[in-house]
Ligand binder design. Structure first.
Ligand SMILES: [Fe+2]
Length: 342
């Protein structure tokens, strides 16, 4: 795995007692969470038969298939968060079923008939500040859900900049996933797979959408929202979407790791690019959570060191001297990037 993760995620997640965070910290074997209400609880919006089949057959199958795909493999160790964050690096069957398990767990949680939208709640204030009103938000969710071709989801999610936004995703993808063009932490998700509505609404997805948007448990959405704002997952996504850091990381990994094996050819060939990518990191916008004096100093140190390294290559320095310098810069880089998971 070429990506990096703060090992701290798991420990910090354990701090949260909320169901969403608890779910995300789960590892193999995954379990079907208890449905928080009776199959008939959302009638007439969702009929009991649809709810029973959706939960006890479809969601149960995602959990069963996810466990079957992970069983006995090295991927058993990953949390649900990690399976989604790096979904593109796992087999398709793992991505689809991990997404199916997470998305449905969130979906059951945000449905309910007795917790209407409140303009005074934290998410209520954010919805009004961002979209003008809950009606405007619902129109966007309706559009996202009705225009999604084939199967998928409509999402309200928190972006790495801590703003609310709406998007849709195909299949069982969601904004946590690296394969998603819209990244962030979901706080409300609407299932637009036919299995979510066909028994009652047949092919009329728009009728289903109009109805289901009246059955949102806004108290649960508010909890998801306040948790998302301080979630380590959001900070990880913020780092993963820091393009200049990823670009520099690619050159660092491609030069430092060979040098550890005694191969200095990559850094001799790429020292100019190494400097250029470090300068781009310095010139680019640093994401808010990473914009600290320590990290700004580390980036400055990286640029200075990369310039010296480039000079050393030009002067045909010894392998030993180059490896020493590159190791120093790798240490500086990790004060920015965090701990490595290879
Ligand atoms: Fe579903």
């Amino acid at each position: 795995m070429k990506h990096l993760i703060h090992i701290a995620i798991i420990g910090i997640l354990a701090y949260f007692t909320g169901s969403a965070a608890h779910l995300q910290a789960q590892t193999y074997p995954f379990e079907l969470p208890k449905l928080p209400y009776a199959y008939s609880a959302l009638e007439p919006v969702v009929d009991a038969a649809t709810m029973e089949i959706h939960y006890s057959k479809h969601h149960a199958a995602y959990v069963k298939n996810l466990n079957a795909a992970l069983k006995g493999s090295k991927d058993e160790r990953y949390t649900l968060d990690e399976l989604m964050l790096y979904a593109g690096e796992f087999e398709e069957v793992i991505k689809n079923n991990a997404g199916g398990h997470y998305n449905h767990s969130l979906f059951w949680n945000i449905l309910g008939l007795n917790s209407p939208f409140s303009a005074q709640s934290e998410v209520g204030k954010a919805v009004i500040a961002t979209f003008g009103s809950v009606d405007s938000l619902n129109k966007l969710l309706y559009k996202a859900g009705s225009t999604r071709f084939g199967s998928g989801w409509a999402w309200l999610y928190v972006t790495p900049e801590k703003k609310l936004a709406v998007c849709s995703s195909p299949n069982q993808d969601n904004p946590i996933m690296d394969v998603s063009p819209n990244r962030g932490v979901p706080v409300l998700g609407i299932d637009v797979w036919e299995h979510a509505y066909y028994l009652k609404y047949q092919n009329k997805r728009t009728d289903y959408l109009t109805a289901i948007l009246t059955a949102v448990n806004w108290e649960a959405v508010n909890k998801n929202y306040t948790e998302a704002l301080v979630s380590p997952l959001l900070k990880t996504i913020e780092k993963e979407t820091w393009t200049e850091l990823s670009n520099f990381h690619e050159v660092m990994a491609g030069t430092f790791h060979p040098s550890e094996e005694g191969d200095l050819k990559p850094i001799r060939e790429r020292s100019g690019e190494f400097l250029e990518k470090a300068k781009a990191l310095q010139a680019g916008k640093i994401p808010a959570s990473f914009n600290t004096p320590e990290i700004r100093k580390s980036i400055d140190d990286l640029v200075k060191g990369a310039g010296e390294l480039n000079q050393m290559v030009a002067k045909k320095a010894s392998d030993k001297a180059l490896a020493k310098k590159l190791t120093e810069l790798h240490d500086v880089f990790h004060t920015i990037q965090g701990l490595c998971r290879h």
